[in-house]
Structures are given as C-alpha cells and as structure tokens.
Design a protein around this ligand. Structure first.
Ligand SMILES: [Fe+2]
Ligand SMILES: [Fe+2]
Length: 275
C-alpha cells in the first residue's frame, strides 16, 4: 500500500529496574499523527521471564532484543498478558527458539487462540488473576489491570523491583516515540491516558463507579514503583501517581472521537489522487 516506508526510531532496550528491561516497538510513526508503543519486557529473575511477545511485523528486532538480554535456552517463562495480536505476535517463534521455556497462559486464552497457538500443551501453564508465578528468587503476582480489552487479561507485579506490567492499561499515544513518559508533555500525556482508556475499554460506561475505583485500587495498593505496559513508555516513580489518578477519572473525561468513515473517505481520496 505504501511505496515509501518512513524511518522508524530505534530504541535499544531500556533498563527500568534491576534486571528488568522494557523492549521497545511502536506503530504509526510517519504514517499517522501519533504513534503508539508496542512494548514487551524481560525480567532476568533467577528463572528469566519474557513478558508478552510483540507484533509479528517486528519479529526479527524483538527476538534480537530479547536474546541480547537473555540466552534463548535460559528463558524459563514466557508470560502472555492476553490474547491480542500485539501481545502474541511472536509467541510461537519465541517458544520454538527457547526450548526450556514454559508458556504462561490460561484456559480461555488457548481457547480463543485456537490453532494459531502452535505450542505443545506439554509446555503450558494456566495461571489466572490472583495466581502467583514462582520464578526462583521472587513470586510474581498476577493482577488484572483496571483497563483491558480481553477477558483473559492479567498484569504482572514483581515484588522485588516493584515493577507492574499493566498490559493495555496506562496506554497513551505519543507525538513522537519516546522511552519514558517524562519526555512527554504532561497534559497531553494525561489526556492520552483518558482517550486510550475509553477506546480500549468502552465498557467503562457500564461500570458502577465504586467498582471501577476498586479495580484501580488493586494496582494502587501494590504501590508500584514503576509502571510498564505494552502501549506506554516507561512510567517512572515520579509519574506513577499521575498515571493512576488519570485512570481513575478517565471515564469522565471528554476525549476526541475516533476517526469515522468520513475520515477514511478523505484518506482514500488522497491515496487515489496520489496514483
Ligand atoms: Fe489488548
Ligand atoms: Fe495491546
């Protein structure tokens, strides 16, 4: 469709806590007004963990980034937060290259993925919200984030580093790709969290206010030092409270409408005129 691929900003993995690394990818740079992060994470615990597996389109870079941090045969766990393509895009490839890894999913995830999940059931572990994953030197806690777009979603809290992997929560678009939300302007970042929350979880409309606040409390009560997620740059200690507060009020915010058919009409006209 596009004859020219815009240059894509390349970020080496960012260390966000001891032995914990955010692996960067993003979509939309140069082709859309904003770009959206598509991150994954590696925890070099006694038993190393890869958290989510990114987009298929980024497979070579994703695998190179992971293997720059941990040898394939040393990977003990591959944790999937939920069964969306931006989290499962390289699960089969990674599991094939990491012969000692066990895949942490749950029953419903493998049901929803069907034959697209090409990993032997002998290599699965089914863990749900509230469960614990012992990785040798720490016990990772599975805690569902307050914003999510799949019923299978579980976040992951590391009590040793106090990093919380939020899956699709705390996402926000970026004017230009950055590693850390500290490099974003504060107001657009917080407005981005509002927008992303409403787009990802339109069911917020249906939720009784107190129940939603208790869902946010579950993460706040972990007292995370750092928030990481697929669709946000690193959220460091100085910004965690802001991200949580923005999520609490996301439902009430006025956010831009999603582009509709009239926008697509304009896009198609422009593409047609260019040919
Ligand atoms: Fe998702
Ligand atoms: Fe996602």
């Amino acid at each position: 469709m596009h004859t020219m691929q815009p240059t894509k900003t390349r970020f080496e993995p960012t260390q966000i806590a001891p032995e914990t690394f955010l692996i960067h990818d993003h979509h939309g740079e140069g082709t859309a007004p904003v770009s959206v992060a598509l991150n994954t994470m590696v925890i070099r615990a006694a038993e190393p963990v890869v958290v989510d597996t990114g987009m298929m389109e980024n497979r070579d870079q994703f695998l190179a980034d992971v293997f720059s941090l941990v040898e394939p045969e040393d990977i003990r766990w591959v944790f999937i937060s939920h069964d969306d393509v931006d989290h499962t895009g390289n699960v089969n490839a990674l599991m094939e290259l990491a012969p000692n890894a066990t895949l942490v999913i749950d029953w419903f995830m493998q049901e929803r993925m069907g034959a697209s999940l090409d990993v032997s059931p002998l290599r699965w572990r089914w863990l749900r919200d509230g469960d614990v994953l012992d990785v040798g030197d720490r016990q990772l806690r599975l805690v569902r984030p307050p914003i999510f777009d799949s019923g299978t979603t579980r976040g992951l809290f590391d009590p040793l580093t106090e990093v919380y992997w939020a899956s699709d929560s705390f996402g926000s678009p970026m004017q230009a790709p950055v590693r850390d939300v500290a490099d974003l302007d504060l107001v657009p970042w917080l407005e981005g969290i509002h927008m992303f929350a409403q787009y990802v979880s339109p069911w917020l409309d249906l939720v009784e206010e107190g129940k939603f606040q208790r869902a946010v409390d579950r993460v706040a009560d972990l007292s995370p030092r750092v928030l990481a997620g697929c669709h946000t740059p690193m959220i460091g200690p100085g910004h965690v409270a802001d991200a949580i507060a923005a999520t609490r009020i996301a439902h009430w915010a006025t956010v831009p409408p999603q582009p509709d058919q009239s926008v697509l009409d304009e896009l198609q006209a422009a593409l047609g005129a260019a040919h």
